[in-house]
Design a protein. Structure first.
Length: 255
């Protein structure tokens, strides 16, 4: 009888654990219906239609529903190094387009240089924001589009609520407008990770999205929209990463 009771207790404990896990999964899951309000379709230079959401922001900025290269909000899409307009198979300093030299080190930059010791032959151009020719959103979607500026991201973070959730099984953040009359407007950012060299070790753990500006007075680092759920602590903020890593881009446009 004792053995039977122990077996029954173990079975019940396993069932409770599975139920708790399923309940946690259900608590995080959201429907695509959450992301269908306020959508406008804009045609890109490639002739394809791209969806944006009007969140009611004072600037008139509208955010794309998907990452560049993705067709659904929960897809990662393409990854880009900062200031490059095509995705590639390896993301490192050797292959980075805005530098010269054979070494895999953050030196010998040829554009967007603020520090003489980092520029090729000590050149400095003091450019801190992407030119249109180096902006993947502009090149791939058209002149009305661009990689978000620091002010765009600040507005997004200040004027939305942030909720960790799962869309079609993909972990990410739902950002919902707090503007009056627009509280039913949301966009989803998957935790797409970042690619170093050829490896993405952070998919499902962190989300990083390029901002079109260098970080502070640095040459080798650019700003990012950073999202994570480390140790159960939800965090959405502006941070920075090396320019050479591969990140997704969430394009913006104006009304």
């Amino acid at each position: 009888m004792k053995k039977i009771n122990l077996a029954l207790a173990a079975t019940l404990a396993l069932a409770c654990s599975l139920f708790s896990s399923c309940k946690e999964e259900d608590d995080l899951s959201v429907s695509m219906d959450k992301f269908k309000n306020g959508i406008t379709v804009i045609q890109g230079i490639d002739g394809k239609d791209y969806e944006v959401v009007d969140m009611g922001f004072p600037s008139g900025t509208m955010w794309a529903t998907c990452n560049i290269g993705a067709s659904k909000p929960h897809e990662n899409g393409k990854y880009f190094a900062w200031g490059e307009t095509q995705d590639k198979s390896c993301y490192d300093w050797i292959s980075y387009v805005h530098r010269e030299g054979d070494g895999n080190e953050p030196f010998d930059f040829t554009k967007y240089v603020q520090e003489p010791n980092k520029g090729l032959r000590k050149m400095v151009d003091e450019k801190t924001a992407l030119d249109s020719i180096d902006d993947a959103a502009t090149i791939l979607l058209g002149a009305k589009w661009h990689t978000p500026r620091k002010s765009d991201v600040a507005e997004l973070l200040f004027r939305t609520t942030h909720k960790l959730c799962k869309l079609n099984g993909v972990l990410g953040y739902m950002l919902t407008s707090t503007e009056k009359g627009y509280e039913d407007r949301s966009i989803f950012f998957p935790l797409s990770g970042k690619i170093d060299m050829q490896v993405n070790n952070f998919e499902g753990k962190y989300g990083f999205y390029w901002i079109n500006q260098l970080y502070a007075s640095k040459t080798d680092q650019a700003m990012v929209l950073w999202m994570d759920n480390k140790d159960g602590f939800e965090n959405v903020a502006q941070q920075f990463l090396d320019r050479c890593v591969g990140l997704p881009i969430r394009a913006v446009t104006k009304q």
